[in-house]
Ligand binder design. Sequence first.
Ligand code: GUN
Length: 288
Amino acid sequence: MSARLIDGKVASEAVRASVAAEVARLSAEHGLVPGLAVVLVGDDPASAAYVRSKGKQTVAAGMRSFEHRLPATASQDEVLAIVAQLNADPAVHGILVQLPVPKQIDPHAVILAIDPMKDVDGLHPLSAGLLASGLPGLVPCTPLGCLYMAKTVHPSLAGMEAVVVGRSNLVGKPVAQLLLRENATVTVAHSQTRDLPAVCRRADLLVAAVGKPGMIRGDWIKPGATVIDVGINRVPTQDGKGRLTGDVAFDEAVQVAGAVTPVPGGVGLMTVAFLLVNTLRAACAAAG
Ligand code: GUN
């Protein structure tokens, strides 16, 4: 058997096209142009590449992009001062501070300082609390992308056994909350889970968000299950360039699963698409 591929390129293009159409309408009818500010502290090449890509896609969707770069030696107060300035700027509807930040900066303090109305990353405790309470609010982008991809296979997730491997604030916990909101039966597994392969084998929908290349093996997957691979791990190759790979042993998974997301070309592309969705939502909410 060979699993169906859930193509992140196709899905993310559809999401970005619908955002662009709505942005065009908003700016033509109401003169409202959504704006996204991204703050990058330090010069990690992977983070810099993500930030460049976010900026390009923001502009391509017809929105304003603001980029703030600080040196790796920046103090927490300097970062907080930029966040305060962006909170007060009416042209900025969404604020994202690229993570991870250098070790002299407390990421929680930075996230807490962001105006929850502009929290397009959905990481502020208020956003997390609204999601956990089933109330409307901004939801983290990668989990929204996971849900969108799962729904291309299963328009209704009600009653499905979903297993999320990983419990981070960025992915594991919010994706579990979203699946619960869709009436799935949700198990959150993690590094201390006993007999993880057996827990994974229960899943009709398996979401892997652990950051360990190829950890989920083919025989951990129930035949026919849908597998969403959130991992983006760079592994060394002989030519020294490295290669991106997911948390799922893809070659094994395609033999067993009913549908699977590839890496690259899967969930990663959805994250930026839903960042644009969240910026549009934040702009509409700000306009009332
Ligand atoms: N670094 C990796 N993924 C993310 C994300 O979704 N948001 C932020 N702020 N930083 C990240």
